[in-house]
Design a protein around this ligand. Structure first.
Ligand code: ATP
Length: 608
């Protein structure tokens, strides 16, 4: 079967004028990237790979459970499941266990070598398997791949299946490498002088990154890069409804005077900062509606009621659009916003309209795309105008974000008080006119400032942090049956590592303790993985977890400590930042571990 499929693929590859790439080439690149932490070296490995090939890409939701993978490894290598489990507890990396299990296996027949296309297609099939015998079918497909693995292929295949390649490969590095490879693969690049080449490379990197920000789809970006000149890229890869953009983010500030100082001389506008969940709402030209989370996850099934009601807010002249909004819990009788905690009780998946108990209202604060045209480069003033012209408020359902344009500090203070009385979190203050008032996808911009009620005038730490739970300590006394405290970490996007930042044991309700115990036990690891940076002489936790769960945490102060590693290298060569008196605020299930507070942000708050 495999042979038949591979033949078909070779045919497909030929017709598509693609190169047939052995999977081993990709795994060797993974190995080289994993062996270094230097971004330049990683870029170089990727450039070499991309110059030679053109991998197709599509977002796959793999994340196959480890028990299923262990079963597949056992069955495909003829080793007992118990032995595999034991090895896994010793090494902590199922990929390495798979590789070692393979190398101790003698095979009679040599299966055909895997190609990247074949592995990719099979991974896709595995991700898509549904139905009664899904488990058995998945195991069957995985076994098929494992049997054909050689050298280090099993190691990376298993890691890809687990959904955690973790070789320190950040998205920005992939984009730079893509841009470099496009320039360097052109014959004329060999004749260029160093200076000219550098200029060309830097132009390509900026261009590829900015185009990807507007159209984050490798499926569209890569063919355009391969088939057309660079200077046509922007035009060929324009943003469109149906492809979610990474949202623009704001910088924290501590006081209104700080806002006025920062924006001196620039017209700005103040908006209510609604306390709910970010919702990017798309209407495609075919009339379909999609709602995406802060994370570009499709949330349309979470909000069937919003999708249904949406027709009423759209004026007849409006065809396609992308709106940036906040979805908040809403009391239809009292006509007021309900606190975030109410929204978090609404079901996340498989929501049926008749079962909905928590109503939501949408507050739109930006319009990024309208009737087939990108508005990203336009000023906020002009985007707001289009938003207000193209849509209409509907009772209990859809509103424009409340705003006030003034630079009088007393008026802003009053507006802030009103926002807080309306169950909002504070204000968002944004530059209104000129180039700086454009929409910057995926950027934490200084042109948007957030002023939260919680950190005004406290003299304490500026912003709450969204930290990843990486380990736990067993509880005592009342908490005997649960975890008593947790070890939290921030994310370093450069290395892909998690750096410890505090031990947390305060702010939990009894219900929280039980829920978190059950939830986190699903993510147990046999030991601390290599991508956790731990401080010296730090207390050793009882249980380690995969980086899956994100919690919002507040603290009274920060200190520098050798026992924690947050921001190490930024504040001090060997010591990191740690939170003093941290307190649990809420679960951030709209954030993945990689979207949590970064080491740089912790450092920023520290210097705040
Ligand atoms: P961040 O999004 O900055 O990483 P976060 O997710 O913890 O941090 P906040 O710090 O609370 O969120 O602030 C930003 C969020 O506020 C936005 O992502 C958006 O969901 C929400 N928001 C509410 N009202 C507005 C508004 N008027 N303009 C922009 N964002 C708003």
């Amino acid at each position: 079967e495999q042979e038949k499929e591979q033949k078909q693929e070779q045919q497909d590859d030929k017709t598509a004028a693609h190169v047939i790439v052995p999977y081993s080439v990709l795994c060797k690149t993974f190995e080289a990237c994993e062996a270094t932490t230097k971004r330049l070296e990683i870029t170089e490995y990727l450039v070499t790979l991309f110059v030679e090939l053109c991998p197709d890409y599509e977002g796959l939701e793999l994340g196959i459970g480890e028990s299923l993978l262990m079963k597949a490894v056992a069955e495909s290598t003829g080793r007992a499941l118990k032995v595999i489990q034991k090895d896994y507890h010793k090494t902590g990396d199922l990929g390495t266990v798979a590789k070692n299990s393979k190398s101790s296996q003698s095979t009679l027949f040599k299966p055909k070598r895997l190609t990247v296309t074949y592995v990719f297609k099979t991974l896709k099939r595995i991700a898509e398997v549904k139905g009664n015998s899904a488990q058995a079918n998945k195991i069957g497909l995985i076994k098929g791949l494992l049997v054909a693995c050689e050298d280090n292929e099993a190691k990376y295949l298993i890691r890809q299946l687990e959904g955690k390649l973790r070789i320190g490969l950040a998205e920005q590095t992939v984009l730079s490498a893509l841009a470099h490879s496009v320039v360097l693969s052109k014959p004329e690049s060999a004749k260029m002088k160093t200076e000219q080449k550098e200029e060309r490379l830097s132009y390509a990197v900026d261009l590829v990154k900015s185009v990807y920000n507007q159209l984050p789809s490798y499926n569209m970006l890569i063919p355009a890069l391969l088939e057309h000149p660079l200077n046509e890229l922007q035009e060929r890869c324009q943003m469109r409804a149906g492809i979610p953009l990474k949202p623009m983010l704001a910088h924290p500030t501590k006081s209104l005077t700080e806002v006025l100082d920062r924006f001196e001389g620039h017209p700005f506008t103040c908006e209510f900062k609604y306390d709910g969940e970010r919702a990017q709402i798309h209407k495609l030209p075919d009339g379909s509606i999609k709602i995406y989370s802060r994370n570009s996850e499709d949330m349309s099934v979470r909000y069937p009621d919003v999708v249904e009601k949406l027709k009423k807010w759209i004026k007849p002249t409006t065809s396609s659009f992308i709106l940036d909004c906040e979805a908040v819990a809403w009391d239809c009788e009292k006509k007021c916003i309900l606190p975030f905690q109410v929204l978090s009780t609404r079901k996340r998946k498989d929501v049926k309209e008749e079962d909905i108990t928590v109503q939501v209202a949408i507050f739109a604060f930006d319009c990024l795309y309208f009737n087939g045209e990108s508005l990203l480069q336009e000023s906020l003033r002009s985007r707001r105008e289009k938003l207000r012209n193209g849509f209409q408020e509907t009772e209990n359902e859809f509103f424009f974000a409340r705003y006030m344009d003034t630079n009088n500090i007393e008026d802003i203070q009053t507006f802030l008080d009103v926002s807080i009385h309306s169950n909002c979190e504070g204000l968002m203050v944004k530059i209104y006119d000129g180039e700086e008032a454009s929409y910057e996808p995926s950027k934490r911009s200084r042109n948007w400032l957030k002023v939260k009620k919680d950190y005004l005038g406290t003299g304490g730490v500026g912003d709450s942090m969204d930290l990843v739970v990486i380990a736990a300590f067993y509880g005592k006394g009342k908490r005997t049956n649960f975890y008593g405290s947790y070890l939290l970490a921030c994310y370093d996007p450069d290395s892909g590592d998690y750096q410890t930042v505090c031990k947390l044991g305060t702010g939990f309700s009894e219900e929280n303790l039980k829920d978190f115990y059950d939830q986190l036990n699903q993510h147990k690891l046999p030991m601390a993985p290599r991508y956790y940076q731990l401080g010296d002489n730090a207390e050793t936790p009882d249980v380690w977890f995969e980086p899956k769960v994100v919690w919002e945490v507040k603290c009274a102060d920060l200190s520098i400590s050798p026992r924690y590693m947050a921001g190490v290298g930024l504040v001090d060569e060997t010591r990191g930042i740690s939170l003093r008196f941290p307190r649990f605020i809420r679960v951030r299930d709209d954030k993945e571990a990689e979207d949590g507070t970064t080491n740089e942000q912790v450092n920023f708050v520290c210097s705040f």
